[in-house]
Design a binder for this molecule. Sequence first.
Ligand code: COA
Ligand code: AMP
Length: 636
Amino acid sequence: MSRYQQEFQHATQTPETFWAEQAKRIPWFTPPSTILSYDEHQHARWFGDGEMNISYAALDYHVEQGRGEQPAIYWDSPVTGKKATITYSEMRDRVAYFAGGLQALGVEKGDRVVIYMPMIPEALVAMFACARLGAIHSAVFGGFAPNELAVRIEDAQPKVVVAASCGVEVNKVLPYKPIIDHAIELSTHKPDACVVFQRKEHLAELGERDHDWAALVEKAPYAECMPVKGTDPLYVLYTSGTTGKPKGVVRDTAGYAVALAYSMEVIYDVEPGDVFFSASDVGWVVGHSYIVYAPLLRGCTTVVYEGKPVKTPDAGAFWRLIEEYKVKSFFTAPTAFRAIKKEDPDAKLLEQYDISSLKNLYLAGERLDPPTFHWLDDLLDVPVIDHWWQTETGWPIAANVPGLEPMPTKAGSATVPVPGFNVQILDRDGDQANAMEQGSVVIKQPMPPGCLVGVWGDSQRFHSAYMAAFPGYYLTGDGGYFDDEGYLFIMGRTDDVINVAGHRLSTGEMEEVVGAHPAVAECAVIGIHDELKGQLPVGLVIPKDGFDGDETTLENELIARVRDQIGPIACFKQVLVVNRLPKTRSGKILRKLLRNIADGKEFGVPSTIDDPTSLEDVHGAMRERSVGAADKATPV
Ligand code: COA
Ligand code: AMP
């Protein structure tokens, strides 16, 4: 039996002993005596009575172990032209004083703090400072509009909001304060205070509720680490579900720390002192796990990059960073490499850099499409590792495991389930699918440490979204299959979640925004294939009877609405006014059929369709307006 198989079996057959052993990877104030327990949904909880603090484990502990002078962070910001190196001891002190500042504002264990910050070291300082106090942070991605921020403030009820004065995108400075003020205005919950880190690129005007970060820290006491229970929440991270309201994924503390520490060895194959670069954003789960917590738990140096794969200044940016910081493990989304390939198809810019420090390249956030896999595989001398995971799981469910035993890669596959994740494929009736047969990808309980422990404030939603479909299993929402060698292929979502440039978005949420326009009678938003971003949303809209306005004006208003209410990151740029939408006789819009047409596939006319001519109408409209590959779609 291979090392991987042994480890997988051990984790699956005797999870308690396996994870009790892994728990030794992190420093505890009080080691756990209860390793595994179950909540009322029969969902696994880990290390409930252990006590630790993740800020201590990731910072203070390493300083005590002699890593104080090692860089914890390399900050590299081509959009501002700045760089900084912060050592472990500097980082610990910055975190401790900022935590003292939060304490002075009344933040205590269990309180929520919303963080709205770009890719600057202070974002990490704020997150670790919350963790130091046992407060629960909720970081929100800067590309979301005030309304999205308001929904999160309303749900998480933070005592304090921590923000930067601005974000900096390619050639534009985005003031954050108006976004925050607007969001707080929209929310019925009002935080007590807002701390603003002033950036030179744009100084925010501070109001009564606001505190200047620097002034707060200057007067703040040094805060020690508060012991928290293993299952106490570390953060709430909102992610798109199938309804209009985002789900607050709740992460515990100790299980997360143990899982991340384990993953850094078996999946990411890095040692303390190595440099780890994850080109994501602190607003996404990849940022939480592999920019902030995991690299520092492992004693690595994390690269915090405020830039893009292209245009800052060119498609050689990643190669430059790998050379400059001697990056050993690099992680990004396939869309980033599609953007690089588009601008530099022969990778000429790579010739300017020495990337020999790189040992493994990791891709996730969306399926690594075979053409991008082959481009990278031909170009680089290192393994190109597609790995699959979700906000909910917090760390990879399926991956290659070079730290245990490197496996041959297969284009289109995320390789094998990571030890701890008992992944199965179930058919509609809940029966196990055979090899090569597609079905719902589920994870059999107990899920390993590190995965979500609930949906913030909504136990029922946790149950209905994840646990109800197949009792005893967690529903991932993805479809896929195992091949006959046990390789897992993830083929896409089985719900209304779409993936735009590695960002998870809900078409249901966009439909709510579009449908709220006074001139719209009905609408459908579908995700269609896009060469660069993987998917893009397209809206199909039926105006109300008697609508006599200009269709182009209506379309533009709807585009502006989604941008204003969800944010530019939704990339909602195409709307079509149509007369009818294809529906079943019971009135359900045939979204899958619409997607197939837009993606240029062959499509059958389902027997359940109410009016087959509605399909011809929509297909005609899509062809005329060049939606996706609708001109190639053929009825069968
Ligand atoms: N704050 C504010 N606005 C933001 C933002 C942020 N943090 N990030 C993106 N936006 C805005 C952009 O400015 C753009 O606005 P525009 O419509 O006014 O131009 C819009 O959101 C879309 O941005 P983006 O998706 O970045 O598109 P792009 O065409 O500028 O760049 C890529 C394309 C592929 C280079 C880019 O999407 C990318 O780097 N993707 C990788 C994402 C990633 O790493 N995901 C990892 C998750 S694991
Ligand atoms: P997020 O919660 O934003 O990380 O998005 C999770 C979703 O992204 C998953 O449910 C998948 O649909 C998709 N995804 C992430 N990584 C991969 C991958 N390696 N292969 C296929 N799909 C992926």
